[in-house]
Design a protein around this ligand. Structure first.
Ligand SMILES: N[C@@H](CCC(=O)N[C@@H](CS)C(=O)NCC(=O)O)C(=O)O
Length: 142
């Protein structure tokens, strides 16, 4: 099953449009908070990587991965591998791991939630999320 989580690229684009008024307008002539908001919205709009999460519904680590990605405002696809021995076998080959979630950014295996969170702590995740998919990446199975 493929679901689009928060995954509306139109939404991302329309959010980006709010940035300009955010920068130029502020309450009582103080643009500070609006600039901060503008930056935040700009970051959300810039999360353009293709993110795919293979998961199961009941898995706590999957929920944690979802929460982290939602917190970043990034659109991602969820592919449920509950009863999918074919996808489980492919994931083992592609990631070297047997557990879920398995996360791919622009078709590159990032690992599970622990690895995703470690990348975030190291300050490296945002950089990966703003790298746009070139279209040359190998397609991922669903
Ligand atoms: N360190 C991994 C742990 C993931 C994990 O243990 N996932 C459990 C489900 S929550 C799992 O896949 N267990 C084995 C299985 O379901 O086959 C991560 O952070 O993603």
């Amino acid at each position: 099953m493929v679901r689009q989580a928060r995954g509306k690229s139109q939404h991302k684009r329309s959010v980006g449009l709010l940035v300009q008024p955010g920068i130029s307008l502020g309450p009582r002539g103080n643009p500070g908070p609006m600039i901060a908001l503008g930056w935040q919205l700009l970051n959300i709009a810039a999360m353009v990587a293709r993110v795919v999460v293979y998961l199961t519904d009941w898995c706590p680590y999957c929920h944690s991965a979802r929460r982290l990605l939602n917190g970043k405002g990034v659109a991602f696809e969820e592919i449920c591998v509950e009863a999918r021995t074919d996808l489980r076998a492919w994931l083992l080959e592609a990631s070297g791991q047997r557990t879920v979630p398995q996360i791919f950014i622009n078709s590159r295996s990032v690992g599970g939630f622990s690895e995703l969170a470690a990348l975030d702590r190291a300050g490296e995740l945002d950089g990966l999320l703003v790298e746009s998919a070139s279209g040359a990446e190998s397609p991922l199975p669903s």
